[in-house]
Write a protein that binds this ligand. Structure first.
Ligand code: SF4
Length: 179
C-alpha cells in the first residue's frame, strides 16, 4: 500500500459505523473518547529505539498533546506498553510477566525493527526474539531503525483510532492476536 492510500485509510472508522443501538453507541463513544485520550504508557526501552521514545515525550515533540503521557514505572497503572528495542530470550519471560500484570484492556506498541522482527543487525543471533509478537500480542507496529518520534506519534494516533472502534458489547480479549 503506498503512503497516500495509507494516509487516507478509513477502514477502522467504516468498521465502527456498522450496526449498534443509539444508546450503546453513545456509551461506547463516551468511554472510548475518555480511554483513547488518556493512554498511559509503560516503558520497555532496551536499546537505541528507547532514545527516540524519550525524545517523543520531551518538549520538542511532547506526546502528552495526544493524551499519552505520564510514563508509569509499574504495569498496574499502565494502559499501553511501548516495546522499544531488542528483546532477547532471557528477557522475554519478564516482558510477558509485565504484560500480564497490566489491567485490561491493554495495548502494545512495537517500536522499531528490533521489536517488530528481531532487528536489522541481530536477526540471526541465537539470543534474540524475532519479533515481540511471539511473546505478547501487538496492536501497532512502528517501523524504522530507529523510528523518528513523529513515527511513534503516528503509531499512537493509530492506536487511538483502534480504541475508538471498541465496544463494551464485545470486550477486547487480551490475547486475541497472539501468534
Ligand atoms: S531498530 Fe535499530 S535503532 Fe531500534 S533498537 Fe534496533 S538497532 Fe537500535
Amino acid at each position: 500500500m503506498n503512503y497516500e492510500e495509507f494516509e487516507d485509510n478509513d477502514s477502522l472508522e467504516i468498521f465502527k459505523k456498522s450496526g449498534g443501538s443509539i444508546l450503546m453507541t453513545s456509551i461506547d463513544n463516551l468511554l472510548n473518547w475518555g480511554r483513547s485520550n488518556s493512554v498511559w504508557p509503560l516503558t520497555f526501552a532496551t536499546s537505541c529505539c528507547g532514545i527516540e521514545m524519550m525524545a517523543a515525550g520531551a518538549s520538542r515533540h511532547d506526546f502528552a498533546r495526544f493524551g499519552i503521557e505520564v510514563y508509569r514505572a509499574t504495569p498496574r497503572q499502565a494502559d499501553v506498553i511501548v516495546v522499544a528495542g531488542t528483546i532477547v530470550h532471557k528477557m522475554a519471560p519478564i516482558l510477558k510477566r509485565l504484560y500480564d500484570q497490566m489491567a485490561d484492556p491493554k495495548y502494545v506498541i512495537a517500536m522499531g525493527a528490533c521489536a517488530i522482527s528481531g532487528g536489522p543487525f541481530f536477526y540471526n543471533s541465537y539470543s534474540v526474539v524475532r519479533g515481540v509478537d511471539h511473546v505478547i500480542p501487538v496492536d501497532v507496529y512502528v517501523p524504522g531503525c530507529p523510528p523518528r518520534p513523529e513515527a511513534l506519534l503516528y503509531g499512537v494516533m493509530q492506536l487511538q483510532r483502534k480504541i475508538q472502534t471498541e465496544s463494551i458489547r464485545e470486550p477486547r480479549k487480551a490475547n486475541d492476536n497472539l501468534l
